[in-house]
Ligand binder design. Sequence first.
Ligand SMILES: *[C@@H]1O[C@H](CO)[C@@H](O)[C@H](O)[C@H]1NC(C)=O
Ligand SMILES: *[C@@H]1O[C@H](CO)[C@@H](O)[C@H](O)[C@H]1NC(C)=O
Ligand SMILES: *[C@@H]1O[C@H](CO)[C@@H](O)[C@H](O)[C@H]1NC(C)=O
Ligand SMILES: *[C@@H]1O[C@H](CO)[C@@H](O)[C@H](O)[C@H]1NC(C)=O
Ligand SMILES: *[C@@H]1O[C@H](CO)[C@@H](O)[C@H](O)[C@H]1NC(C)=O
Length: 450
Amino acid sequence: MFSSLAITAPFLLAGLQAVSVDAIQTISAVGAKFFYENGTQYYIKGVAYQLTPDDPLTDEAQCKRDIVRMSELGANAIRVYHVDASADHQGCMDAFADAGIYLFVDLDTFTTAIDQTSPHWNETQYERFGAVFDEFQQYNNTAGVFVGNEVLDTAEGSIAAPYVLAAARDMKAYRDKKGYREIPVGYSAADIASLRPMLQNYMACMPKAADRLDFYSLNAYEWCGESSYTVSGYDELQKNATGYPIPIFFSETGCNTPAPRTFDDQAAILGDDMDGTWSGAIIYEWIEETNDYGLISYGAYVTNAAATNTLVEDGYTRQGTPTPVSPDFSNLLSQWATLNPTGVALSAYTAETSTITARTCPSSTADGWAVDPSSSLPTLGQTYSKDSADSTGTGTSGSNSTATSSGSSSTSTSKSAANSVMVAGNLATERLFAVSMLLTGAVGVAAFWL
Ligand SMILES: *[C@@H]1O[C@H](CO)[C@@H](O)[C@H](O)[C@H]1NC(C)=O
Ligand SMILES: *[C@@H]1O[C@H](CO)[C@@H](O)[C@H](O)[C@H]1NC(C)=O
Ligand SMILES: *[C@@H]1O[C@H](CO)[C@@H](O)[C@H](O)[C@H]1NC(C)=O
Ligand SMILES: *[C@@H]1O[C@H](CO)[C@@H](O)[C@H](O)[C@H]1NC(C)=O
Ligand SMILES: *[C@@H]1O[C@H](CO)[C@@H](O)[C@H](O)[C@H]1NC(C)=O
């Protein structure tokens, strides 16, 4: 026994260290920031990646072709809107990990997304969200999950906010019950002026952390063409996010009118103006398609593609050699190359986290925010009912909820439609990452192991 231990232990240690040099570090949310395991702050330079509507993370060869270009671009994250929980993602996820690229993935699918008009959060959604979580928690480069994308996409949508938050609460509890690592659970919000900053504050206002998001993110297209920090309104976004208790970032950005895109907003987000508060940005999007947001094309527009040609959808080829869209791709590359915020070290930041406080829950307003700050979150299985007697707006803990606000005509269809055309991808510097891990990371990671 003793001798076998004596022999095994050194091998075990050596083995662990060898693994930690190769392995990608997990990302954690601490206070209002993201950190690598080695205590360095993590800033997102991401791209929305959805080559195919159902799941872009099953084609390893394609992921690898795209990763080369993503690494050239300087990306360290992708966002994927839809995945098939039952598919095999190992090849793509490992390839992204090797390149130092993290995944932010939406847990909802086309049929399970929370609906804005008559919201509910039920067992079917819970199980399906959980299945996506089960699949992606196994990968250390899963950096975060979203419980929804633009669930509220009109000014009348606030009645759905408690349902989004209930989903986050339950997915956090699910994660913890299953013993998964603390993968941050967040939400990706549409940028609706009249709901700001109420929605943002609501998502981080509950007394218990278990009832708050782990991160909040915004799809913002306010900075268009030649603009500035103040003209774009980013200064206002910054002002209203100052002191926010959880990480906040842009989950989509990259206004494309007027063309070409210069991505000047990246210098604000990843520079002195905002990098003390915001954790970076995800550019919409990787693949060029009808909406003309692509950084990459896989071929010219195809008219009259044969119905049997599954590589072409909506006239755009969705597989093959990634060719940069000019000059957008190189413009973004140039921006990101100069932007390397270092932020704060976890060791220095930890003490500060004791001063972090939840936001104040926003009061309901007659013309916009229809959520009563004092009502409790919906329970699993609850359905919103505007006909109900009381007028709390959020739904109480009973079997149904109530509100004065009427639903809007918009539905989650618009979200699904938007998502179905989304494609993106990104890559990271495989070589650089490996080298930096060897040179610097190994020390931190080894320390972590000890
Ligand atoms: C994932 O990271 C953890 C440390 O956080 C480590 O123990 C584990 O070995 C890693 N897994 C892989 C597959 O690299
Ligand atoms: C949840 O709601 C969906 C409709 O969005 C419905 O199809 C499904 O049956 C519901 N699940 C349960 C358990 O009620
Ligand atoms: C910032 O918050 C104020 C209210 O506190 C609000 O009037 C303003 O519209 C918000 N700005 C943005 C850009 O959300
Ligand atoms: C909502 O719940 C109340 C009592 O909790 C009940 O009287 C009412 O019928 C319910 N409404 C709906 C639409 O289920
Ligand atoms: C921590 O890891 C990151 C990602 O590999 C790296 O960029 C950074 O330099 C490392 N920090 C330290 C202090 O080793």
